[in-house]
Design a protein around this ligand. Structure first.
Ligand SMILES: CC(C)(COP(=O)(O)OP(=O)(O)OC[C@H]1O[C@@H](n2cnc3c(N)ncnc32)[C@H](O)[C@@H]1OP(=O)(O)O)[C@@H](O)C(=O)NCCC(=O)NCCS
Length: 185
């Protein structure tokens, strides 16, 4: 399937909501159990993009959304400000066709350019495809949190994977390259 990447916009929200709702209802990547509607997804989108984080869409030649990825704050205590968490979702019909890999590569590139120094993946349900996707992108295993979720009648393990961005830990970060409206304390 041919696809291109572009910045996601508010016009993508219905399709993003649909992909995410399917994941919430049927998957283990998200620990949310009640699918959020479009107003809530607009609010989340606006917070992420309003703070300067990338939100990327993969679309087919007719501009139909196939998948999306975004970066967001891992936690908002100030010392975490050079760390981003990634989220990646491909629509169920498009798995295994390189969409997730392309989205994640673009997200890594954008976050590196923005000056972030680490990216963390919090992989719900220890989802094997997601672990493989991140490993292929250079992430290393950072930790296993056993039984941290309970969904679809079973306990879920959460895997942490991590990728250094840019100069990583080897130099001090440049001040001011993060969304300083977001971080507190
Ligand atoms: C994980 C997910 C984003 C991957 O997206 P995708 O578009 O199917 O991924 P790609 O086709 O680009 O494949 C990328 C890599 O992922 C791995 N992968 C993809 N599907 C896989 C599967 N079913 N089993 C094992 N590995 C798989 C492979 O390593 C693959 O690289 P390769 O083709 O070079 O071997 C997608 O399966 C998805 O949305 N899953 C549910 C939600 C989820 O787990 N999101 C991640 C939250 S952190």
């Amino acid at each position: 399937m041919s696809f291109t990447l572009r910045n996601a916009t508010l016009s993508d929200i219905p399709a993003i909501t649909s992909i995410y709702q399917d994941s919430v209802l049927n998957g283990v990547a998200s620990y949310e159990m009640t699918p959020p509607g479009e107003p809530e997804m607009i609010s989340r989108f606006s917070t992420i993009t309003g703070n300067g984080y990338p939100y990327i869409a993969a679309v087919d030649p007719e501009d139909n959304l196939l998948g999306y990825a975004y970066a967001s704050a891992f936690r908002t205590r100030t010392a975490y400000r050079f760390l981003v968490e990634d989220s990646d979702l491909s629509g169920a019909g498009g798995w295994g066709q390189g969409i997730g890999k392309a989205l994640l590569a673009e997200l890594i590139s954008r976050c590196t350019e923005l000056g972030f120094r680490q990216m963390v993946a919090v992989i719900g349900g220890a989802h094997p495809a997601s672990v493989a996707l991140h490993r292929a992108a250079g992430f290393e295993h950072g930790g296993l949190m056993k039984g941290t979720g309970f969904k679809h009648g079973r306990w879920l393990d959460t895997i942490i994977m991590q990728l250094p961005l840019g100069e990583g830990l080897t130099t001090a970060p440049e001040p001011g390259l993060y969304p300083d409206t977001l971080y507190r304390g």
